[in-house]
Design a protein around this ligand. Structure first.
Ligand code: DCP
Length: 222
């Protein structure tokens, strides 16, 4: 795979782990912690829950019109920090990205009229600047593809306080956003090749599924 990006610093092979809410991204990242040359960057959800003492994730679910822009602006900043995080590891594994934030979550808010056009334009100006200055390079995307009913069940079981009001219908719609972007590829562009993983499988067998994609991650960066 030819790498045309500008190499200002050490540039690891960067893998994005994407998928619907509850698709198992954290479990996937945790599996790769066993490898020394892999740097895993979990999603900065704790930062979203405490921005200067404010739980933006909770605010966003309580009142999407009021807090949608605030929340997604902060998500974009925290994702930019992850993309620009320097590591000496040869592989960088990121949970989510500035891309899924814009192409799935922000896009959904725009379509639902949660984000008014001026707010969407501000997010887009930041997004375009960040992604056109070669500071968010991506080499591979792992798409943890799961059915909405399965992720809904998992979300209910993990019982995250902020997500208590999230209905199955929302997960169905977010599933479609991910599908159109990463599977059907009818929406936006993919910043890297996509590897699809069956994320419906139960915990007892899912590690075997993860093991199968390990060579894809390791061989392409050699
Ligand atoms: N979220 C959002 N907008 C974003 C990113 C995330 O509204 N740009 C929300 C959706 C979830 C919470 O943040 O309520 C975390 O979602 P993720 O899918 O990113 O993370 P999970 O913890 O659900 O991942 P997994 O269960 O796959 O490990």
């Amino acid at each position: 795979m030819e790498n045309k990006r500008i190499k200002l610093h050490h540039s690891p092979f960067t893998v994005l782990v994407e998928g619907n809410i509850g698709s198992g991204k954290t479990t996937f990242l945790n599996y790769f912690k066993q490898y020394q040359n892999v740097c895993t960057l979990a999603e900065p959800i704790e930062m979203w829950k405490n921005c200067g003492g404010h739980n933006l994730l909770r605010y966003m679910y309580e009142d999407r019109e009021r807090w949608g822009f605030t929340f997604q602006s902060y998500v974009q900043l925290t994702m930019l920090k992850q993309h620009t995080f320097q590591t000496n590891s040869s592989i960088k594994l990121m949970e989510r990205s500035i891309y899924s934030a814009r192409y799935c979550f922000v896009e959904k808010m725009i379509r639902d009229d949660i984000l008014p056009p001026p707010s969407a334009s501000v997010i887009d100006e930041w997004f375009k600047w960040a992604t056109s200055n070669t500071i968010c390079p991506v080499d591979l995307i792992i798409y943890l593809r799961a059915s909405p009913e399965v992720v809904y069940q998992r979300m209910r079981e993990r019982n995250r306080e902020e997500e208590k009001s999230v209905p199955l219908q929302y997960l169905r719609e977010m599933h479609e956003m991910h599908e159109n972007w990463l599977y059907h590829k009818t929406m936006f562009t993919c910043p890297a090749p996509v590897l699809v993983v069956n994320a419906d499988l139960d915990k007892s067998v899912i590690l075997e599924e993860y093991r199968k994609v390990t060579p894809n991650i390791f061989s392409t960066c050699l």
